[in-house]
Design a protein around this ligand. Structure first.
Ligand code: TPP
Ligand code: MG
Length: 907
């Protein structure tokens, strides 16, 4: 029967259950009662292990006897931890409640005041309102700070709960009234607080950007795994530090949120704890109005072998549940869909009695002694510190795998008419005076009516019991959190020797820039100082980039070691996995690989270790696919190298439109602290990487790098003298024309593998058309652009001073002739610096969809090969009146260009 297979109760099977239930059930009940009682007695006399064994045997027996038991990964809609196993709450619950209430008030005040000050400045009240207990139990009892002796726990805070985290830091005396006053107004004198957790904007406070939903759960998983990687590789001692990730229930709909949960269990990450704030609502309305998000998540996580702890009902429910010897109440709890639960939140006690308990006389009886008001105030688990404490304690003590806590809460808890449980609550930013007073009274904030109206921030005196208690708790846990600090020491060496070999050329041997990079990586891995710090990351693409020899030399990280003899054991390039393996072979997940890159590239702060990640991937699956993770990496001040492999729309042959990347350098423009390079030669890469390591890991600058590498093979020339600065700044003259007498002149700009096309064009132009052309290698249009706009800005702000000249203009100041640029990326890349060039620029590029074709045909199709560079040059000369248009027309024929060919931009 279909209904049998449902793990989650829906209206249909609820109805079915009810029908079964309304049949004469007397005998059935007695029987059930007997079974339950015998289980209870086993539990009492022999404990849970024996009871589990019996149930498992019973299940097996049932299957053998032909009973088709429905599969379910769900447990009943009840707390996972039974009352009898609840630990004692170790804190002063009343005092903690008072502190929490004050934090609630200040968080609310921050948002309300900000929006009074400036209409629509935004901010969120209801997310923190629902999560306050979840955080406060953590702050008072669990989150250990980073200290000199202990690395500390890592906490990913739900982005929209930021006001609550600020309000706590205010109570701790870490943030001033003025800073709170300037919430979301960072440009105010004295600074303000950023809307959400942004390490870029508050580098001493926030560690992890979390507000783009779905990123933090995935980052947290890889963070926890990276911690183990550091331990297994001997880079840090093993600790019991935890990674906590707080997420919204709505957030779990992002594919990234649940996308890597099997990695966490596969890797036995018992250092990882997810806390899902299940307020059953998202921005627009219920997360699963017609279903149950908690049960859905439970089955997903249990299916992925996580330890799932449901915290659904508060202590007030315990005595009622205890009276319910028949299990009717738990059954009823599992019947409601979330839309109904949400309705109960906003309803009166009488409504709850009638609509929740009212469908069965026996249920009504259970709550008969309770007045309506008490029914309305039956707390949910996520608002009960005792229940939350029990769950957290169980989570930190759990061994062998990750834990997820599904905590039921109310969105906008305590806002009453102003939004508690209402669909509009996410957007609530303004409370009127009555609503403020009600909130004040409900949480016992010591403010009179008049003061209340001005929504002041409230912090008890330094010597008050509240502040003393809060400080003492944090002291016991090592200090304050969140707090970001750079804990690593800069590296020492400059590594000239390491890179020298790559500046000497390949002696006519044809190699690709990818091969050159891999050779550099191999060499870096052997270096005394940085070797062990290198973290190579690949998404199942090592063979694509010729990195398989590294499997043998440094090994693939496998937390449990290699449990089998690899099929290629006796070969040189065997697939070697090891507990201390260095390569993070992530499998086919660019998002996961990027999360590893972020963990490794921010370890200088999180762990105080200068790990240097090199993440190499198909360039098309980088910015385009996981751009938001790259943006988060930037926010986090992540350091390291992204290598866009098989780059270039015409350099990657055969693969067609989903692989051929002509976009990534355009997308890289948008990341402010990213340096993006499109190098042509091995020595250029060597210069960029060496300088990058110096800047990031020696001088502590907050950059990260994007370098495209290609698989077209050609001889790598030795490095000419004096080009180092030009490589880093974005361009240098690579090969000047030897023809000093020619009247016709041109400057050709090439990048990446297309530089070779520019050089071929140079030869054709000299030999066939008497044009003396200089060839420039443009390693980074982004660097040229950023320098130019900065220079322009300086000039604008310093009108009386001698104007500065952008680097690109300086390079070309004495140049002669027409200007033609060609790259394997969109035409806009060279065009964006055209205005700082001394004359008009003709830009060739690869706008349009890729094609499955060979390199030669692709370059012809996209019009970026030598002949099109020649044509563009001649056309520019003709436009300048230097040659006749007929020469150009003739050249089209001579060069073999077909005028009627399709337009690559739109075909
Ligand atoms: C990727 C992404 N999409 C959309 C949003 C906009 N957004 C912010 S909060 C929110 C609803 C959050 O609901 P939930 O995750 O349940 O958190 P709650 O506030 O209920 O705890 C949405 C859609 C976002 N921040 N990130
Ligand atoms: Mg929610």
């Amino acid at each position: 029967m279909a209904a049998h297979n449902r793990a989650i109760p829906t209206r249909d099977n609820v109805k079915m259950d009810n029908e079964t239930y309304t049949q004469p059930h007397h005998i059935e009940d007695v029987e059930i009662q007997e079974w339950l009682e015998s289980l209870d007695s086993v539990l009492e006399s022999s404990g849970t292990e024996v009871a589990t064994e019996i149930l498992e045997r019973l299940r097996a027996h049932a299957t053998v006897s032909g009973i088709d038991l429905p599969f379910t990964a769900n447990t009943p809609y009840a707390n996972t931890i039974p009352v009898r196993l609840e630990p004692l709450f170790p804190g002063d619950q009343e005092l903690e409640r008072r502190i929490k209430s004050l934090i609630r008030w200040n968080a609310l005040a921050m948002v309300v005041r900000a929006n009074r000050e400036e209409h629509n400045i935004g901010g969120h009240i209801s997310t923190y309102a629902s999560a306050a207990t979840l955080y406060e139990v953590g702050f008072n009892h669990f989150f250990r700070a980073r200290t000199a002796e202990f690395e500390g726990d890592t906490v990913y805070f739900q982005g929209h709960a930021a006001p609550g985290i600020y309000a706590r830091a205010f109570m701790e005396g870490r943030l001033s009234t003025q800073q709170l006053e300037n919430f979301r107004r960072e440009l105010k004198p004295g600074g303000g607080l950023s809307s959400y957790p942004h390490p870029w904007l508050m580098p001493d406070f926030w560690e992890f950007p979390t507000v783009s939903m779905g990123l933090s759960p995935l980052m947290a998983i890889y963070q926890a795994r990276f911690s183990r990687y550091l331990e297994n590789r001997g880079l840090k001692p093993p600790t019991d530090a935890k990674v906590w990730a707080f997420l919204g229930d709505g957030e779990t709909d992002e594919p990234e949120s649940l996308g890597a949960i099997t990695l966490a269990s596969r890797e036995n990450l018992d250092n990882l704890i997810f806390v899902v704030n299940c307020n059953l609502q998202r921005l627009d309305g219920p997360v699963r109005g017609n279903g149950q998000i908690i049960q859905e998540l439970e089955s997903a996580f249990r299916g992925a072998r996580w330890n799932v702890i449901k915290v659904l009902w508060g202590s007030e429910w315990d005595p009622i549940l205890e009276r319910d010897t028949e299990g009717l109440l738990v059954k009823r709890m599992g019947e409601l869909v979330d839309g109904e639960y949400q309705k109960l939140v906003v309803s009166s006690g009488a409504y709850v009695r009638q609509h929740f308990f009212g469908n069965d006389e026996r249920l009504l009886k259970l709550v008969e002694p309770l007045p309506d008001e008490a029914l309305r105030r039956l707390r949910l688990g996520g608002h009960d510190p005792r229940k939350v404490y029990a769950a957290y304690k169980a989570a930190v003590e759990h061994k062998g795998g990750p834990t997820v806590i599904l905590a039921r809460t109310i969105k906008g808890y305590g806002l009453g008419e102003a939004g508690e449980g209402k669909n509009v609550t996410h957007q609530q930013k303004k409370l009127n005076e009555d609503e403020l007073r009600e909130f004040r009274s409900r949480f016992g904030i010591p403010l009179n009516d008049e003061d209340c109206a001005t929504v002041p921030f409230y912090r008890p005196a330094e010597d008050s019991v509240e502040i003393q208690y809060l400080r003492a708790r944090r002291e016991a846990l090592g200090g304050y959190t969140p707090k970001r600090s750079i804990r690593s020491k800069p590296i020492a060496a400059v590594h000239d020797e390491l890179f020298k070999e790559f500046t000497e050329g390949s002696d006519e041997r044809e190699v690709s820039t990818t091969m050159a990079f891999v050779a550099m990586l191999r060499k870096m891995l052997k270096d005394q100082e940085i070797g062990k710090l290198i973290v190579p990351i690949v998404p199942d693409e090592a063979r694509t980039f010729g990195m398989e020899s590294l499997f043998r030399t440094v090994g693939i990280y496998a937390s449990g070691g290699q449990k089998y003899d690899p099929v290629d054991m006796n070969t040189l390039l065997l697939y070697r996995e090891a507990k201390d393996g260095q390569i993070l072979e992530e499998g086919i997940t660019e998002a996961g690989s990027m999360a590893s890159f972020i963990a490794a590239g921010s370890a200088y702060a999180t762990h105080g270790i200068n790990t240097i990640p090199f993440f190499i991937y198909y360039s098309m699956f980088g910015f385009q696919r996981i751009g938001d993770f790259i943006w988060a990496a930037a926010d986090m001040r992540t350091r390291g190298f992204l290598l866009g492999g098989t780059a270039g729309r015409t350099t990657l042959s055969g693969e067609g439109l989903q692989h051929q990347d002509g976009n990534s350098h355009i997308l890289a423009l948008s990341v402010p602290n990213l340096k993006a390079y499109d190098p042509a030669f091995a020595y250029e890469i060597a210069v960029i990487i060496q300088d990058g390591i110096r800047r990031m890991y020696k001088d502590g600058e907050n950059w990260f790098y994007y370098i495209t590498v290609m698989n077209e093979q050609y001889a790598m020339p030795p490095m000419p003298a004096g080009v180092r600065e030009g490589i880093l700044k974005g361009m240098y003259k690579y090969r000047a024309s030897v023809n000093k007498k020619a009247k016709l002149k041109a400057q050709l700009f090439g990048s990446g593998a297309i530089l070779n096309e520019a050089m071929r064009a140079q030869e054709i132009l000299e030999q066939k058309y008497s044009v003396a052309a200089d060839v420039w290698s443009v390693t980074s249009y982004k660097e040229l652009y950023v320098d130019a706009i900065e220079t322009e800005r300086w000039n604008r702000l310093n009108p009386g001073e001698k104007p500065r000249v952008p680097y690109v203009s300086r390079c070309l100041a004495d140049s002669q002739g027409v200007l033609v640029a060609a790259s394997d990326y969109l035409k806009t890349l060279p065009n964006m610096v055209a205005k700082w060039m001394p004359r008009r620029l003709a830009a060739l590029g690869t706008d349009g969809f890729g094609r499955s074709e060979g390199r030669t045909s692709l370059r012809d199709f996209f019009e970026v090969d030598a002949k099109f560079i020649v044509l563009a040059t001649l056309h520019e000369l003709s436009a300048d009146g230097k040659i006749d248009a007929k020469v150009v027309d003739q050249a089209i024929g001579d060069l073999g260009i077909v005028k009627s060919k399709p337009n690559p931009v739109v075909s």
